[in-house]
Design a protein around this ligand. Structure first.
Ligand SMILES: NC(=O)c1ccc[n+]([C@@H]2O[C@H](COP(=O)([O-])OP(=O)(O)OC[C@H]3O[C@@H](n4cnc5c(N)ncnc54)[C@H](OP(=O)(O)O)[C@@H]3O)[C@@H](O)[C@H]2O)c1
Length: 291
C-alpha cells in the first residue's frame, strides 16, 4: 500500500473510497488501441504489480481493444481483491481497425439498445454482476443526454451499475445529466498544458464529483518541457512524477489514471505520491497552460 496511500482517498459517489493514484489501462492493447497487447503475460504482470503497490482504481472501456482490455483485466486480477474499483465506459463504437489521425474509427451511440448491450458485455468480460462505475464515453450528438442518462439510471436501478459518470463534457451537459440521475465522476482531458476544462474541475469540486483527468501526461508530450525537466532535476524526480504531483496537489477532487505499458514507468508514476511540490513550483508549473 505505502506510497499509493499518500495520494489520499476520494469517495466516489460519497460512498466508494479509492486512492487518488489509480491506473489507466488503455495502453494494454495493440497499436492504435486495437487488438490485444503484444505480450499478454507482461500486461497481466503489470496489472498485478499495480494492485500489489496499492492501486485500487483502474480505468478501462469496452472499446479499448475493443473488448481485450476488459478481458485482460479479469484474467489478471479475478477474483478481484476487495476494495478494487474498475471504472469502465460505454457509448462508443470502434470499427475499421487501429485508430489513426486520419481514421479514428470511432462513432458514438447513446441509444438504449447500444448502452444496454455494452453494459451487459462489460459485466460479462469483467466477470462481475455490477459495474462499480460506468461512464458515458461521449455524448451522442443525435440523442439528448437526458435520454441516455435515463438508460443509465434504469441500469443502476436494476443493480447493474453502482455509479454513473461522464466523459469529455462541459458544465451545461453535466447539469443536464444530473437533472436525470446522480453523476459521480467526470473524465475530461486535463494536464499541465491542456486546461480547457478548468471550469469543469471547479464545478466538480463544488459538487463532490470526482474529476478524472485523461491524458494526465499529455500522452507523454509534456515530459520534455523545460520547466518540468528543471523541477524534476532539482527534486531528483522524473518529469512524469512532476506532472502527476502537480495534478494531485491541484485539487483534492482529482483521481489520477496515468497510462503506461511499462512496469518501470508504473512504479515511477506511483512514486509521484511522495513528491510534494512547493508553492513556488506549483506557480511555475501553473504557467505552462496553453489551453
Ligand atoms: N475518456 C476518454 O475519452 C479517454 C481518452 C484517452 C485516455 N483515457 C484514459 O486515460 C488514461 C491515460 O491516458 P493515456 O495513457 O492515453 O495518456 P497519458 O497517461 O497522458 O500518457 C501515457 C503515455 O506516457 C508514457 N509514460 C507513462 N508514464 C511514463 C513515465 N513514467 N516516463 C515516461 N513516459 C511515461 C506512456 O508510454 P509507456 O507506455 O512507454 O510508459 C504513454 O505513451 C488511459 O489509460 C485511459 O484509461 C480516457
Amino acid at each position: 500500500m505505502g506510497m499509493v496511500a499518500k495520494s489520499g482517498v476520494f469517495n466516489i459517489g460519497g460512498e466508494l473510497p479509492v486512492h487518488r493514484m489509480g491506473y489507466g489501462a488503455m495502453k494494454l492493447t495493440g497499436p492504435g488501441v486495437w487488438g490485444p497487447p503484444e505480450d499478454e503475460g507482461y500486461a497481466r504482470a503489470l496489472l498485478r504489480r499495480a494492485v500489489e503497490l496499492g492501486v485500487d482504481f483502474i480505468d478501462t472501456a469496452d472499446v479499448y481493444g475493443p473488448d481485450h482490455n476488459e478481458r485482460i483485466i479479469r484474467e489478471a486480477l479475478y477474483p478481484y481483491p476487495s476494495g478494487l474499483v474498475i471504472g469502465t465506459k460505454a457509448g462508443l463504437v470502434r470499427k475499421d481497425g487501429p485508430a489513426t489521425r486520419e481514421n479514428p474509427g470511432i462513432s458514438m451511440n447513446g441509444s438504449e439498445r447500444h448502452i444496454r448491450d455494452a453494459v451487459e458485455g462489460s459485466l460479462r468480460k469483467l466477470g462481475v454482476e455490477c459495474l462499480n462505475l460506468c461512464q458515458l464515453h461521449r455524448i451522442d450528438p443525435a440523442i439528448p443526454v437526458e435520454e441516455t442518462m435515463e438508460v443509465f439510471r434504469a441500469l443502476r436501478d436494476e443493480g447493474k451499475i453502482r455509479h454513473i459518470g461522464l466523459s469529455e463534457v462541459g458544465v451545461e451537459a453535466i447539469e443536464r445529466a444530473r437533472s436525470v440521475v446522480e453523476i459521480a465522476t467526470v473524465q475530461n482531458v486535463y494536464n499541465l498544458i491542456t486546461r480547457v476544462h478548468e471550469d469543469v474541475l471547479t464545478y466538480c469540486e463544488l459538487n463532490k464529483i470526482a474529476f478524472i483527468p485523461f491524458w494526465p501526461l499529455h500522452s507523454g508530450g509534456l515530459l520534455e518541457l523545460e520547466a518540468v525537466v528543471g523541477i524534476a532535476a532539482r527534486r531528483d524526480a522524473r518529469p512524469a512524477q512532476v506532472a502527476l504531483a502537480w495534478l494531485l496537489q491541484k485539487s483534492p477532487s482529482i483521481i489520477l489514471i496515468p497510462g503506461t505499458s511499462s512496469i518501470a514507468h508504473l512504479e515511477q508514476n506511483i512514486e509521484a505520491c511522495d513528491l510534494e511540490l512547493s508553492a513556488a513550483e506549483m506557480v511555475a508549473l501553473e504557467g505552462l497552460a496553453d489551453h
